[in-house]
Design a protein around this ligand. Structure first.
Ligand code: CTP
Ligand code: MG
Length: 235
């Protein structure tokens, strides 16, 4: 079973503040996207990485990848992305050659995921799950609210789901290729991850243990944490 990874990297990174597109921002001197691609290529099972670049940045991303050596076993492709993450993933899937039956989807914004997490996701798909997500228990209690119509107004709490049953979901998420393609062809509406599209097909998604270092770089403080993790690894 050959495994390909689609890396959506086309977002602007609005929450990170002004600057280059998030995937191209440096972490200890190396673009976040390169860290993310290396994290995927670290798995011996991964033979192809499809990077979905900012719409006007495909050439720049291609030359970045040419300049940073990957293992010989790993090929890469670069395609331009879309307006939403969901569109970007779909554009990546459209570029996949036919000979890969397992597909992972991994955010460029999670540059530090350890290889053991990648391999655990692949293993669970090989064992027959149509969709697999790495996830962690929550530290914070979560409340559902009635969102304020005027920003800054206090928001009434609607419910408090039992924290012990909640998981914070990470990437890479792993899929049987045909299932993921069917999900992207069938499911419409707002989604924030790929596995939820497979849930909407009525299939069971399973969770494997995630990792603290698979956190998403979203806000400025996350850059500080990511650089500290890299320094601890001496990278
Ligand atoms: N992404 C993408 N295409 C988009 C939007 C997002 O490929 N149109 C990618 C991002 O590049 C990122 C991943 O989806 O690797 C997760 O999205 P997120 O962390 O929200 O990144 P951004 O959308 O860039 O950040 P923000 O929401 O703060 O603008
Ligand atoms: Mg976003």
């Amino acid at each position: 079973a050959r495994t390909a990874v689609v890396i959506p990297a086309a977002g602007r990174g609005v929450r990170l503040g002004p600057g280059a597109p998030k995937a191209l921002r440096a972490l200890n001197g190396t673009p976040m996207l390169i860290h993310a691609v290396r994290a995927m290529a670290a798995s011996r099972a991964v033979s192809l990485v499809v990077v979905v670049a900012p719409p006007d940045g495909a050439a720049e991303v291609k030359s970045l990848l040419d300049a940073h050596a990957l293992p010989e076993r790993t090929d890469f492709l670069v395609v331009p992305g879309g307006e939403t993450r969901q569109e970007s993933v779909k554009l990546g899937l459209d570029a996949l050659p036919p000979d890969h039956d397992i597909v992972l989807v991994h955010d460029a914004a999670r540059p530090l995921v350890p290889v053991d997490t990648v391999d655990a996701v692949i293993e669970a798909v090989r064992d027959g799950a149509p969709a697999v997500v790495p996830a962690l228990p929550l530290a914070d209690t979560v409340k559902e609210v009635e969102p304020a119509t005027v920003s800054g107004e206090p928001e009434p709490v609607v419910a408090t789901p039992r924290r012990a049953r909640l998981r914070a979901v990470q990437t890479p998420q792993g899929f049987d290729r045909a299932t993921l393609i069917r999900a992207h062809e069938t499911v419409t509406g707002d989604v924030t991850d790929d596995a939820s599209m497979v849930e909407q097909l009525g299939l069971t998604v399973v969770v494997v243990p995630g990792h603290e270092e698979a956190f998403k770089v979203t806000r400025p403080l996350d850059l500080v944490l990511a650089e500290a993790v890299l320094a601890r690894r001496r990278l």
